[in-house]
Design a protein around this ligand. Structure first.
Ligand SMILES: Cc1ncc(COP(=O)(O)O)c(C=O)c1O
Length: 362
């Protein structure tokens, strides 16, 4: 959170102007500063990270079927469902946990119009492979980049991949505006359309150009966001230190695996997932998760259960566990360890001790 004393002058300005929402000065300022910070051409702020997914599908007039991953937060698939589109799940890559590009072509039918991959934990998808499939079949790509704030590959923002990319600024994210989100796009015309869609479709006082929704960010949160943007580099640096401390110890623990940094990638350390191999570690993921909880250490089984197992989706043919063996395995092995700015070395050691103390003694 920004310092309260830094926030108060912004609140005073809002109270004085009484401009509370609808593209106010802080909204405009944050859009400009964020586009610069992220190195993207156009961005539109939203009230959370779910509505830009829904709006992007609307703006691209996506229908029929959309290929997606079951290994994500449920909002990814819900956004497809809310547009009356059928989600088609494909399995993930065992190394990155992102949609496996080798599995996409087999899932394409005459009804497929788009692909919605997720940069899970901020790990970049194989954007080139996905793009070449989309080009071959004339499909749109909307990336759910909720976890990928500030992630760069060879100096370029990962948010530039595909037709559009969404962000979430939920309180738990690397960069937060309490609740909030954004859509990143390539051209001004698309931004204009998205700006209409997030404001009921209004393109003037009396003109409605699309079946829009209300998804605007207000001034109070935009101001909070301006302040948090100033400290996001510090937040990422802090998280990197935490990740390094986790890695240094866990490298020596049999049965626990995790992601290492990838050369050429500027990571944001949004999450620190570990994967528990029950046989080697001597305890299942769930056993470890509940043991940690007993010690007041709250990891998250993120993403468990798989989206494809929820009642809305489980009867889809692509949701069959046999179609998703890698995602099913990862989902049964994962725990995201505590990760945030402010976590001390002592805190991290406590988390590590709670894992090591359960290790199988040979
Ligand atoms: C991958 C993914 N997509 C979408 C969302 C939805 O974002 P929000 O909670 O801001 O609506 C989240 C939120 O956690 C997420 O993790």
């Amino acid at each position: 959170m920004p310092k309260l004393e830094d926030y108060i002058p912004y609140l005073k300005k809002i109270w004085k102007s009484k401009w509370l929402t609808n593209n106010g000065q802080f909204h405009k300022q944050l859009e400009k500063e964020m586009a610069e910070y992220l190195g993207v051409p156009f961005i539109s702020l939203f009230t959370n990270g779910t509505l830009p997914l829904i709006a992007a599908l609307q703006a691209e007039r996506i229908t029929g079927e959309v290929i997606t991953t079951p290994y994500s937060f449920v909002a990814t698939t819900h956004s497809i469902w809310w547009n009356g589109i059928k989600p088609v799940f494909v399995d993930i890559d065992p190394v990155t946990c992102n949609m496996d590009p080798n599995k996409i072509e087999a899932a394409i039918t005459s009804k497929t119009t788009a692909i919605m991959p997720v940069h899970v934990y901020g790990q970049p998808c194989d954007t080139e492979a996905i793009q070449s499939i989309a080009d071959k079949y004339g499909l749109k790509i909307i990336y759910d980049a909720a976890h990928a704030f500030g992630v760069k590959v060879n100096g370029e923002s990962i948010l530039k991949a595909g037709d559009m990319a969404t962000l979430s600024f939920h309180a738990t994210k690397v960069y937060n505006t309490i609740e909030g989100g954004a859509l990143v796009m390539k051209d001004e015309k698309t931004k204009q359309r998205i700006d209409y869609i997030k404001n009921f479709g209004f393109a003037g006082e009396t003109t409605i150009v699309a079946p829009g929704i209300n998804a605007k960010m207000d001034e109070v949160r935009a101001a909070y966001g301006i302040l948090n943007l100033k400290q996001v580099d510090d937040a990422i640096a802090w998280r990197k230190k935490v990740a390094d401390q986790y890695r240094n110890t866990l490298r020596n623990v049999d049965g626990i695996t995790f992601f290492e940094d990838i050369e050429g990638v500027h990571h944001n350390y949004a999450y620190f997932p570990i994967f528990v191999n029950a046989e080697k570690f001597g305890m299942t993921r769930d056993e470890l998760y509940f043991k940690m909880k007993e010690k007041n250490i709250f990891g998250r089984r993120y993403f468990y259960p798989l989206i494809s197992t929820f009642s809305t989706y489980r009867s889809l043919p692509s949701a069959a566990p046999g179609n998703l063996p890698v995602a099913t395995k990862k989902s049964n092995e994962v725990i995201c360890l505590p990760m945030c700015m402010g976590l001390t070395e002592k805190d991290v050691k406590r988390v590590l001790d709670s894992i090591i103390s359960n290790q199988k003694v040979l």
